[in-house]
Design a protein around this ligand. Structure first.
Ligand SMILES: *Cc1c(COP(=O)(O)O)cnc(C)c1O
Length: 491
C-alpha cells in the first residue's frame, strides 16, 4: 500500500485541484506548532485548520465577562475591512484617517462638556490602558515642571486613588515610578437609597428602594491623602468590580478647597473606560466631566460602550496646556511633520474609522436608545436575580448596564457557579473585591447591546438550573438521571 504522501504526490494536477480540503493530507498530519515549517500548505487548508481550532474559544455572544464589543453593523465591518491595511500612524499617506480621528476627539470633548473657552485636545489610543498611562504621564510632567520652577524637589511624586481602580493605574505607578497612595475599600461603607444616581435612575430601577452597599471611595479619604507631591487624583466612573461610581463631584469640591487653602492645584483624571459612553446619554445631569474645574483629562474605551470592536480608546485633555509640549514628538520620517503622543507607533486605522461610523450613524438619539435598552435588560436581570432568594445584587441602582451579585446562604461558591455556567457556554467571571473588601466574592454580568431580553430569560433559567444542580446531593442527582432514562410521561 502506498503512503498518503506518495498517493497525493502521484495525483495528477487536475486530481489535486479537485481534492476537497478535508480530503487533503493536511488533515491527517499534526499542525506545525513550535518550528516554522519548511514548506507551506494551501491557503484553504491553513484557513480551515485555524478556523476549526478557534472553535475551542468561547462564544463572544455568550461572554458576559467582558465589556468589549462583540458585534457591529455589517457596514462598519465593511469599513474596517476596507481600511485594514492602513497604518494609522502614516499620517502623511492617510491624511483623511487623521482628520477623522480629530473629528472624533472633537465630538468626545463636547460630549464630555469641555468649556467653550478651552482648547481641548486628545488622541485615539489602543484602549483605555494606553490613555490612562498617557494622561497620568502628562500630569506627572506638569507637576514636575511646576515644582522645578518653584525650586522644589521633584523626587517624590505620588498619585491618590481608591482600590476600586483597574490594574492599569497600579501599572502606571510602577512603570513610571510614582508612589501609589491607594485607599482601601471598606465593606458596607455607606448604606444609601438616595444617591444622586438612584434619584435620576428611578425610571429604570426596578429594585430601587433597597439599601445598597457602596464599594467606592469618599472625598474625605482623598482629602486626607493628597499633598504637594500629588501629581493627580484618580476617579472611576463605572468601576470594574461593582459598576459603581466614585463621588467625582465631591472629590472636585474637596480639591478646590485644598487649592484655596494650600495652593496645590491637583488635577483629576477620570477613568470613564466604561462610563464615558453611558453617562452622557442616560444621566446628562450628573456632573462628572469637564464641567468640574479640577477634571483635566478623561479616558474612555471606544471598544466598550463606544460600541466598537477591540483596539480603540480615547484620551481627552480639557485644554492644550494640560499636555506638556515636551511629550509631543514631531516625527518627520513618514513625510511631512507629524505630532505624536502615544506609547506605541504603528496600529490599524479600522477601529478609529469604525468609531466615527458609530458616532454619525447612531447620533445622540441612537446611542441613547441602545444605552436605555441595555439598562432595561440589566435592571430586569438584576430584579430577577435579586428576587430569587439565591442572590443579592450589589449595584442595585444599575447605573451602568452590568449586574454584580453575591450568593445568599449557599453551600457552594460563586467560583463553582461560574464553572457550572461555563458548561452551558456562558462566560461569567467570579472574583473577590479588592482590599479591604476581599471577603466579598461576586459574579459579574456585563449586559451588552446584543444581549436581548430573550437572552436574559435563557441566561436566568440556565443560572437557576446551575444553582439547582450545585445544591443536589449525589443521591438526588442519580435519581434525576434515572428519571430521565425512564420517562413516565411522553410529551
Ligand atoms: C476596561 C477598563 C480599563 C482598561 O481599559 P482597556 O480599554 O481595556 O485598556 C481601565 N479602567 C476601567 C474602569 C475599565 O473598565
Amino acid at each position: 500500500m502506498l503512503s498518503d504522501k506518495k498517493n497525493l504526490d502521484n495525483l495528477s494536477k487536475t486530481e489535486r485541484e479537485h481534492t476537497t480540503t478535508y480530503g487533503s493530507r493536511y488533515f491527517t498530519k499534526t499542525v506545525p506548532k513550535y518550528v516554522m515549517p519548511v514548506n507551506g500548505m494551501p491557503a484553504r487548508a491553513a484557513y480551515q485548520i485555524i478556523h476549526d481550532e478557534l472553535n475551542l474559544d468561547g462564544n463572544p455572544a455568550l461572554n458576559l465577562a467582558s465589556f468589549v464589543t462583540t458585534w457591529m453593523e455589517p457596514e462598519a465591518d465593511k469599513l474596517i475591512m476596507e481600511s485594514i491595511g492602513k497604518n494609522y500612524v502614516d499620517n502623511d499617506e492617510y491624511p483623511q484617517t487623521q482628520i477623522i480621528q480629530n473629528r472624533v476627539v472633537n465630538m468626545l470633548a463636547r460630549l464630555f462638556n469641555a468649556p467653550k473657552k478651552c482648547n481641548s485636545i486628545g488622541s485615539g489610543t489602543i484602549g483605555s490602558s494606553e490613555s490612562i498611562m498617557l494622561g497620568l504621564l502628562a500630569h506627572k510632567w506638569t507637576w514636575k515642571k511646576r515644582r522645578e520652577a518653584e525650586g522644589k524637589s521633584t523626587d517624590k511624586p505620588n498619585i491618590v486613588m481608591g482600590a476600586d481602580v483597574h490594574t492599569v493605574w497600579e501599572k502606571f505607578a510602577r512603570y513610571f515610578d510614582v508612589e501609589l497612595k491607594l485607599i482601601p475599600l471598606k465593606k458596607n461603607m455607606c448604606k444609601t437609597t438616595e444617591t444622586e444616581i438612584t434619584k435620576v435612575m428611578s425610571s429604570f430601577s426596578c429594585i430601587s428602594g433597597l439599601e445598597e452597599d457602596i464599594y467606592t471611595i469618599t472625598a474625605d479619604e482623598i482629602k486626607a491623602l493628597v499633598d504637594e507631591n500629588t501629581i493627580a487624583v484618580g476617579a472611576v466612573a463605572g468601576t470594574t468590580f461593582t459598576g459603581q461610581m466614585d463621588p467625582i463631584e465631591e472629590i472636585n469640591t474637596a480639591l478646590l478647597e485644598i487649592k484655596e487653602a494650600e495652593g496645590w492645584d491637583i488635577p483629576i483624571h477620570v477613568d470613564a473606560a466604561s462610563g464615558g459612553f453611558v453617562l452622557p446619554f442616560l444621566y446628562p445631569e450628573i456632573k462628572w466631566d469637564f464641567r468640574l474645574e479640577q477634571v483635566r483629562s478623561i479616558n474612555v474605551s471606544g471598544h466598550k460602550y463606544g460600541l466598537v470592536y477591540p483596539g480603540v480608546g480615547w484620551l481627552i485633555f480639557k485644554d492644550k496646556t494640560d499636555l506638556p509640549e515636551e511629550l509631543i514628538f514631531n516625527i518627520n520620517y513618514l513625510g511631512g511633520i507629524m505630532p505624536n503622543y502615544s506609547l506605541n507607533f504603528s496600529k490599524g486605522s479600522g477601529t478609529i474609522i469604525a468609531q466615527y461610523y458609530n458616532l454619525i450613524r447612531l447620533g445622540m438619539e441612537g446611542y441613547k436608545k441602545i444605552m436605555e435598552n441595555m439598562q432595561e435588560n440589566a435592571s430586569y436581570l438584576a430584579a430577577k436575580l435579586n428576587g430569587s432568594a439565591k442572590f443579592e445584587v450589589i449595584n442595585k441602582s444599575i447605573t451602568f448596564p452590568m449586574v454584580t451579585v453575591q450568593l445568599h446562604n449557599c453551600d457552594f461558591t460563586v467560583f463553582h457557579l461560574s464553572e457550572k455556567l461555563r458548561q452551558k457556554g456562558w462566560i461569567v467571571p467570579a472574583y473577590t473585591l479588592p482590599a479591604n473588601a476581599e471577603d466579598i466574592a461576586v459574579l459579574r454580568m456585563v449586559v451588552k447591546e446584543s444581549f436581548s431580553k430573550d437572552m436574559v430569560e435563557m441566561f436566568y433559567s440556565d443560572m437557576m438550573e446551575a444553582v439547582e444542580k450545585l445544591e443536589q446531593t449525589e443521591e438526588e442527582r442519580l435519581k434525576k438521571i434515572d428519571e430521565n432514562k425512564n420517562p413516565s410521561l411522553l410529551y
